[in-house]
Ligand binder design. Structure first.
Ligand SMILES: C[S@@+](CC[C@H](N)C(=O)[O-])C[C@H]1O[C@@H](n2cnc3c(N)ncnc32)[C@H](O)[C@@H]1O
Length: 269
């Protein structure tokens, strides 16, 4: 069956947009995977898996978690097209790739905003009932890992939830079973996304102890659930709930323009 026919059939089956971007890395990963017997089977998986992820997210946040929802690191909308159907959702998608942001807006018809490589310069200001970061922390280096966790909890409403996934202990087999360092943080500077520097986007495995320790430094959130090897049978799922407003100084403001004077003038050299 030609791709276009299989795509149309699967999109109709789920009632979602049938546009697929040629640079969609999830699409390219699935279509290039040797485990599918045919392209039609891979196309079916792409749509069914996106639907499954959207459904699972809805289950995790429950009926109370509707309203404004941010899908962070949405890529080219494998999951977004299904989330866009959810009742009571005011969905905003987001990605680092401008091309993806344009595609999400124009082809999938959702609100989409650009991200930033620097967590503190990501400009989301909404008051979200839920944020999803699927397969994002599984790629961040140590330099930004915890900062992204801070950044993605800040635009949550009190009572709102951040759902994110990590490569955990069960993901090791996907990376030739590396020994994890005592810190609980393992990073390999390789990736399928050749346009992103591998120092900013690679392969990351975190132990549950590491994630819990970082969460303890964010007193404005509480861990509600951890499901080991839950997503795709290997990524761990984390659900954190915002219990209070974060202190205003949690994220230092970007230093734009003239730097503040820290010393009385007479003390300066
Ligand atoms: C493994 S893909 C996951 C895509 C999507 N969440 C899914 O599961 O189908 C990781 C995504 O993170 C995005 N990404 C990488 N760095 C980012 C950043 N700083 N801000 C937002 N998105 C980023 C990539 O462009 C890519 O779409």
């Amino acid at each position: 069956m030609p791709d276009a026919q299989a795509i149309a059939a699967q999109a109709a089956r789920f009632g979602v947009a049938d546009a697929v971007h040629p640079e969609d890395h999830i699409w390219n990963f699935v279509l290039g995977h040797p485990g599918f017997g045919s392209r039609a089977a891979a196309i079916e998986y792409y749509f069914a898996d996106g639907a499954h992820s959207a459904r699972h997210f809805l289950e995790l946040i429950g009926p109370g978690g509707r309203g404004a929802v941010l899908e962070f690191a949405a890529g080219y909308g494998c999951v977004t097209r299904h989330l866009a159907l959810a009742r009571g959702f005011d969905l905003t998608a987001c990605d680092i790739h401008d091309e993806a942001v344009g595609f999400l807006r124009r082809q999938l018809g959702v609100r989409a905003i650009a991200s930033h490589t620097c967590p503190e310069l990501f400009a989301a200001t909404g008051c979200y009932g839920a944020v999803l970061a699927l397969s994002f922390f599984s790629h961040m280096p140590l330099a930004t890992w915890a900062r992204w966790l801070v950044r993605l909890t800040l635009p949550l409403a009190v009572g709102g939830r951040l759902v994110f996934t990590t490569h955990g202990r069960h993901s090791r087999s996907h990376f030739a079973d590396p020994d994890l360092p005592e810190s609980g943080f393992w990073f390999q500077p390789t990736s399928e996304q050749s346009d992103l520097p591998v120092t900013e986007y690679g392969q990351t495995i975190t132990t549950p102890e590491f994630v819990r320790a970082v969460l303890l430094t964010l007193p404005w959130v509480e861990l509600e659930a951890w499901h080991e090897a839950d997503w795709w049978a290997h990524q761990d799922t984390w659900v954190v709930r915002k219990r209070s407003h974060a202190p205003v100084r949690a994220v230092p403001p970007p230093r734009l323009g003239k730097a503040p004077r820290l010393w009385p003038r007479r003390m300066r050299p």
